[in-house]
Ligand binder design. Structure first.
Ligand code: SF4
Length: 351
């Protein structure tokens, strides 16, 4: 991909993204044999680029195994990148020294998917939320206690909950504790890694509304990772769709939802339940599972499941990720040519 084709070029002159990700690659080694040598790689993330402007929410969506959570964790250096670059307000994250990284970690926080597993059951809620302040040497015990009470109230809990333990709370309340912990260091960027997937639907909307309120109150920027198109559409300004380690489509949320240019995006959108009997039968069923990232399909990685694949081009030529309209990028040989709309009726089985 040439530099002109990078989605980063959509950044207007004079504007600085809060986060820039350039050609991010993350391979996991597979060891084998007597000497436990590397025999293959799981290509979890294979050349991902995007940016997020201050105050913006970018939704990152894809099926399980598409690499979206690995992108989130690699940005934060919770996993070492194989190659690529990440910049926070222009400062390189991967080359940062220990001290620089500590400071950047204050500015980038993560909300985890599992509100049960992400909180230490042996620590009180107060200790969990205070931990980051303590590690970064912020305030004294009295001011930290006040800050913890304030944060708990901000996320809809009570200051008196400080002394309780995670098992005394419901799933939604635990996720609020996780959000309070992430907020404690007054970050600029919040990476929300499937923050509502483990919650009941009724609780999901409460947490999404809370994240929305917090964004306005604290001027937060979000990278919102999820597999549910309805959730991502609700919270995102722009959406990037990942398939097998790559972004295949990226556009402003409404535009992507109304006029998807990649058949994989069309399939994800069609899976969103619509309470309208007149639109029954528009579901696009993709056959089979996502292929193995150890040996991705040749040509377009989606060709083994694509309902409109044409051969041999789709199985032999890797489509470029190109801007098809202003701010609307897609990687499909037929995107923008009126040929990526899958038929609107009947159940479509991929070939
Ligand atoms: Fe489908 Fe071919 Fe487009 Fe890939 S390039 S999404 S296989 S039509």
């Amino acid at each position: 991909m040439t530099s002109e084709e990078q989605p980063l070029t959509t950044v207007r002159a004079g504007e600085q993204p809060l986060l820039e990700v350039r050609e991010l690659v993350k391979y996991f080694d597979i060891k084998g044999g007597f000497l436990q040598r590397t025999v293959a790689h799981v290509k979890a993330v294979d050349g991902v680029s995007f940016h997020i402007m201050p105050g913006e929410t970018l939704g990152l969506i894809g099926e399980s195994g598409s690499g979206k959570s690995t992108v989130a964790r690699t940005i934060l250096r919770l996993l070492p990148a194989t190659s690529g670059e990440v910049f926070l307000e222009g400062r390189p994250v991967f080359n940062a020294s220990r001290t620089e990284l500590k400071s950047m970690r204050r500015e980038m926080q993560i909300i985890f998917q599992d509100p049960y597993g992400s909180l230490n059951p042996r620590m009180s809620v107060g200790e969990i939320v205070e931990e980051g302040l303590f590690v970064h040497g912020i305030g004294n015990p009295r001011s930290r206690e006040q800050q913890v009470s304030r944060l708990l109230e901000v996320v809809g809990l009570r200051g008196q909950h400080r002394g309780r333990f995670p098992h005394e709370f419901s799933g939604g309340q635990r996720q609020r504790i996780g959000i309070a912990r992430a907020l404690a260091l007054q970050p600029k960027l919040m990476i929300a890694d499937e923050p509502v997937s483990a919650l009941d639907v009724s609780i999901q909307s409460q947490i999404l509304n809370l994240l929305d309120d917090l964004q306005r109150e604290f001027n937060l920027t979000y990278l919102f990772v999820a597999h549910n198109m309805a959730v991502v559409e609700q919270v995102s300004d722009r959406i990037a769709v990942m398939y097998l380690g790559r972004i295949v489509e990226m556009a402003p949320s409404e535009q992507l939802y109304r006029q998807p240019k990649h058949p994989y995006t069309s399939a994800l959108i069609s899976a969103v339940p619509i309470p309208d009997p007149a639109r029954k039968g528009q579901k696009v069923v993709l056959k089979g599972d996502i292929p193995s990232p150890i040996n991705p399909p040749s040509g377009c990685r989606f060709h083994t499941r694509c309902p409109i694949a044409q051969f041999p081009i789709c199985s032999s030529e890797d489509p470029k990720f190109e801007q098809k309209e202003d701010g609307h990028w897609a990687a499909c040989h037929f995107a923008g040519k009126g040929e990526t709309r899958v038929p609107a009726t009947g159940e479509i089985q991929a070939v």
